[in-house]
Structures are given as structure tokens and as C-alpha cells.
Design a protein around this ligand. Structure first.
Ligand code: SF4
Length: 372
């Protein structure tokens, strides 16, 4: 069984750090939804099954779709795919969109998990990020979501900005825990060159990231959330028992998924596809049923590298039998040769290798060492 991701590429305003694909021009929202519905029909064979265990609406800001637009999209999905009775159905939302009416609508439409982009509880920082909400809205939208009946809520947080010293970060996390939510995704701020923050940084108007402080904050995050009953199951993700994100876990465990919408990626075990990252061209090409994605057939080396990159970041780690079974004995030999040079970064449980705290601080670098 598999999952579907739908990318909704619209936002009210551009956050200064963001390099996802989105547009603040909402004029073509309805045409885009029509193209999404068309793509769903065109790609219904991709997964080799119509049974879906997870549906994830991300973006962009999916909570910007009107009730009618959302109905059109979901009706088309339901016409071509069957969600299992316990399917996880997630929508990414921003705090300022979550009115009581909107929450009711989302619940009636079958969403059972919210992923809310809080990012910070500091108004000055939110303004600096160019977020469209305030710290007060960050706090109240959670209570409102819970009152509406949502009991599976993720919040996104960003650490490492110039606004957060160690004390501020500790205060943020203490507030988060008080919210009684089930899942936290916490990301270290990065400065991407093609963002407003990237341009300001290049002109010397914004400082770089204080890496030492970021590391301190990451270690505090792991330790503190552990004492509060959250399991650290992926570098940036923490969950209460039985509340791990099913959809994202499937990416990390190598399951197939279909990505619908501009810039969305799909994977079926053998090849990877990615859609055009331009709304107007995406709409036009889908209407013409022509060349709206590119495809890469994955070699065994590609698949092995991808396994390492994703699994090393998770609590499931890299397993020797998996490596031999999926890629062959040469890859097992290669993996063992490399992994044995980095014992200080590892926890080894039988034939599975996971990162310890020191390793988690440099997961991507260690993954590169293990690549073929
Ligand atoms: S709301 Fe999300 S997707 Fe949109 S600009 Fe901000 S961070 Fe990016």
C-alpha cells in the first residue's frame, strides 16, 4: 500500500527563509485545482494500487484552498483511490487560517491530522521571517484545533535564528510542551541563496547562522523532549507514543508514493519523477497531457545511497540484512568497511546501525561517507 502527496503551491506572503515552490499570486488557484484533478486521473496507475494508507496535503499553504476547491480535489481523489479506514489524512495549515469555521470544514472533509506552521512564539522573529501570523495566533490556534476535536497535531518550529539565544529556545520548548500536542518537527534555520534572507545575507545585511548555538539548541531539543515523553524518531521529528507521522515515515522507509501538483516528487521503488515547478506551465502541460514531469530511473547505486541518506536519519537505522537483500553483498561489504571507521558516532544493535547524539549532529556528512 502507498501514500499520496498533493502540493498546493500558494501562500499569502513569502516567508523570507523559504525556498519551497509557491506563488503569492492566487489568481489561478481554481485553474490549478482543475489541473490537480486532471493529474490525479492521469496518474492513477502509477502506484500499481488504488489503496492508499496516507494522504498529505502540503505546500505552500493548503489551508488557503476554499471549501469548494477542497471538495473538488478530495472528490476526485476519492473517485480514483480508496483510503483505508485508518488512513492518516494530513493537511498543512498556517495559524492565521484556522478559524473555527475552517477547522469544522477540514474535519468534515476527513482530515484527521493537522500540521501547523507555528515556527516561533516571538513576534519580532515572526515579523523578521515575514510570517502572516502573530505569537498570540500561534498559541490560540492550537487550543481552537483541539476544541474542534483534532487530537493528532504536529507543529513546525525553527531554531538557530539571531533572535534565539539558549534561554529563549528553552522558553519556546517549555511553551510547546504545555500545548499538549502529539508531534513536533523542529528545523535548523538555513540560509538558501535564492530567498530574501539569502539576498540580505549576501549583501551583509543579515548575519550567518551561529553553528555552535544551533548545535546547542539541537542537543537541548533532543534531551528536553525526551524527558517530556516525545520519541526522537527522525533527525527533525519527535512524536508521542503511536503518533509518528505515518506519511513521512513511509518516505524514510522507502515505500512508494505519488506526488501530485507543481514540483511534487513521486517514487515507485524503481524510478523517481518530479513535476514542473512552475504553476502556469504545469497547468498548461497537464491540460495538454504532455511532459509535465521528468523521470529518472534509479540505478542500484542511487537506491543504496538513498537508503543510507534516509535511514541513517531515523531510529530504524541501516540494517545489514536489508542492505544485502536489497542491493547485494558488495554493498554490504562497502557499508561495513565505511561504518567501521566511525564507531564514535554510532549505536549498534545487533545488525542495525543508528546514530548517537554526536552522530546526529553530522548525519548528512556521515551519510556521504557511506555512499558509493
Ligand atoms: S507559508 Fe510555508 S510554504 Fe509559504 S512561504 Fe511560508 S514557509 Fe514557505
Amino acid at each position: 500500500m502507498a501514500g499520496i502527496y498533493v502540493h498546493i503551491p500558494f501562500c499569502k506572503q513569502a516567508c523570507h527563509y523559504c525556498d519551497f515552490h509557491f506563488s503569492t499570486n492566487l489568481k489561478h488557484k481554481s485553474d490549478l485545482v482543475t489541473a490537480l484533478c486532471e493529474e490525479i486521473k492521469l496518474r492513477q496507475q502509477y502506484l500499481g494500487t488504488s489503496v492508499i494508507e496516507t494522504l498529505y496535503l502540503g505546500g505552500g499553504t493548503p489551508s488557503l484552498l476554499s471549501a469548494t476547491e477542497m471538495d473538488r480535489l478530495l472528490n476526485t481523489l476519492h473517485q480514483h483511490f480508496s483510503l483505508t479506514p485508518l488512513a492518516e489524512v494530513t493537511i498543512e495549515c498556517n495559524p492565521d487560517d484556522l478559524t473555527p469555521e475552517k477547522l469544522k470544514q477540514l474535519q468534515q472533509q476527513g482530515f484527521n491530522r493537522l500540521s501547523i506552521g507555528l515556527q516561533s512564539f516571538n513576534d519580532a522573529e515572526l515579523k523578521w521571517m515575514n510570517r502572516a501570523h502573530t505569537a498570540h495566533e500561534s498559541l490560540t490556534c492550537i487550543k481552537r484545533s483541539q476544541d474542534a476535536g483534532f487530537n493528532n497535531i504536529n507543529i513546525d518550529l525553527i531554531y538557530g535564528s539571531k533572535f534565539q539565544n539558549e534561554k529563549e529556545w528553552q522558553h519556546t520548548l517549555a511553551q510547546v510542551v504545555e500545548l499538549n500536542i502529539q508531534h513536533i518537527s523542529a528545523y535548523n534555520l538555513t540560509i538558501e541563496s535564492k530567498t530574501a534572507l539569502g539576498f540580505q545575507h549576501a549583501k551583509g545585511q543579515e548575519p550567518g547562522i551561529d553553528e555552535a548555538l544551533s548545535k546547542q539548541q539541537f542537543l537541548y531539543l533532543i534531551q528536553f523532549l525526551n524527558t517530556q515523553g516525545f520519541e526522537h524518531y527522525e533527525i527533525s521529528n519527535f512524536a508521542k507514543p503511536n503518533r509518528m507521522a505515518q506519511h513521512n515515515s513511509r518516505y524514510w522507509l522507502g515505500y512508494s508514493y505519488l506526488g501530485i501538483g507543481p514540483s511534487a516528487h513521486s517514487y515507485n521503488g524503481l524510478e523517481r519523477q518530479w513535476n514542473l515547478s512552475n504553476n502556469a506551465r504545469y497547468i498548461k502541460q497537464v491540460q495538454a497531457q504532455h511532459s509535465f514531469f521528468e523521470t529518472e530511473t534509479l540505478s542500484t547505486d542511487n537506491r543504496y545511497n538513498e537508503y543510507i541518506l534516509t535511514r541513517l536519519r531515523t531510529k530504524w537505522g541501516c540494517n545489514l540484512q536489508d542492505i544485502e537483500g536489497q542491493f547485494g553483498s558488495n554493498y554490504r561489504i562497502h557499508f561495513l568497511e565505511r561504518i567501521n571507521t566511525m564507531p564514535q558516532y554510532l549505536l549498534k544493535i545487533e545488525n542495525t546501525y543508528c546514530l548517537n547524539e554526536a552522530g546526529k549532529l553530522m548525519a548528512d556528512k556521515l551519510a556521504v561517507e557511506l555512499f558509493v
